[in-house]
Design a protein around this ligand. Sequence first.
Ligand SMILES: NC(=O)C1=CN([C@@H]2O[C@H](COP(=O)(O)OP(=O)(O)OC[C@H]3O[C@@H](n4cnc5c(N)ncnc54)[C@H](O)[C@@H]3O)[C@@H](O)[C@H]2O)C=CC1
Ligand SMILES: [Mg+2]
Length: 312
Amino acid sequence: MLRRPVGGLWRLGLSHARCSELRVEFRGASGLPSGTEDHVVGAGEPDRFGGVSVRLARLGALDRLDAAAFRRALQAAIQQWQSEGRIAVWLHVPILQSRFIAPAASLGFCFHHAESDSSTLTLWLGEGPSRLPGYATHQVGVAGAVFDENTRKILVVQDRNKLKNMWKFPGGLSEPGEDIGDTAVREVFEETGIKSEFRSLLSIRQQHANPGAFGKSDMYIICRLKPYSFTIDFCHLECLRCEWMDLNDLVKTKNTTPITTRVARLLLYGYREGFDKIDLTMEKLPAVYTGLFYKLYHKELPENYRTVTGMD
Ligand SMILES: NC(=O)C1=CN([C@@H]2O[C@H](COP(=O)(O)OP(=O)(O)OC[C@H]3O[C@@H](n4cnc5c(N)ncnc54)[C@H](O)[C@@H]3O)[C@@H](O)[C@H]2O)C=CC1
Ligand SMILES: [Mg+2]
């Protein structure tokens, strides 16, 4: 697997003839010397922050390499990287090569994160405490407050697996790469059978050390949705009850969570005074650097502020 980045290229070379030992070599931007390409079965790549990444998946013949030989090679590589002034090492380990985690940890590597099929470890080589950024800090849950302005009814459920059966808005955890509004619409449909469309974002709750988030922080976002189907067909695995409730009754009931009461009051205010008073609406905008798009949520700007550039 030959890759030629602009800067130098780190390679962990494993000889086919003698695979009990990894050779660690630093190659210049010119790439590999002729004749050694077959021996190079993996690559470490410098990053723009001064660190270096090693992907074990790109090293061949790892099945024949024992953990002690890997440790020796990694230790030699670390010394080399340190002498070159590298600030960190990122070690990406496929799950089937997990036996290399322990030798790496014995050299000071710590877990940074894991996906279903791999883990990533880091070793800080720079001055002082590590300045490497952490991994994901929050889980994101999204609920849909599906409000029918014609009947003043709001869709509520009671979760099946909760200790207390309290009325709440249907919702659930966001999938990777899923927009907030799409999560709300999907979860509402999965749990209640009601079809709806995204209108606005109403509230965000942040809670730390959440047991339901495996001790991480939890971001719970409530969206206002508009229904376009009305016959409930709720999921009996997830919900105990589901109904269209008069908004006034939800505001008054004691059998609910504080956040649901608060958002019910917010909806009553919006219903009476205009939803523009409570809505954070969404706009899709192009990202400057990546060429991708993102979604921005905020209160509507009045017409005369949409193109304003200064104070005059
Ligand atoms: N304040 C409120 O009104 C409430 C807020 N929330 C928020 O909603 C979001 C999550 O919504 P959910 O409806 O719970 O998500 P969800 O609709 O995606 O369902 C999660 C499913 O996973 C199951 N589950 C959870 N932990 C499990 C485990 N350890 N083993 C096996 N199954 C497990 C649950 O029983 C449920 O069926 C979070 O952000 C949470 O903070 C949830 C309930 C009430
Ligand atoms: Mg749910």
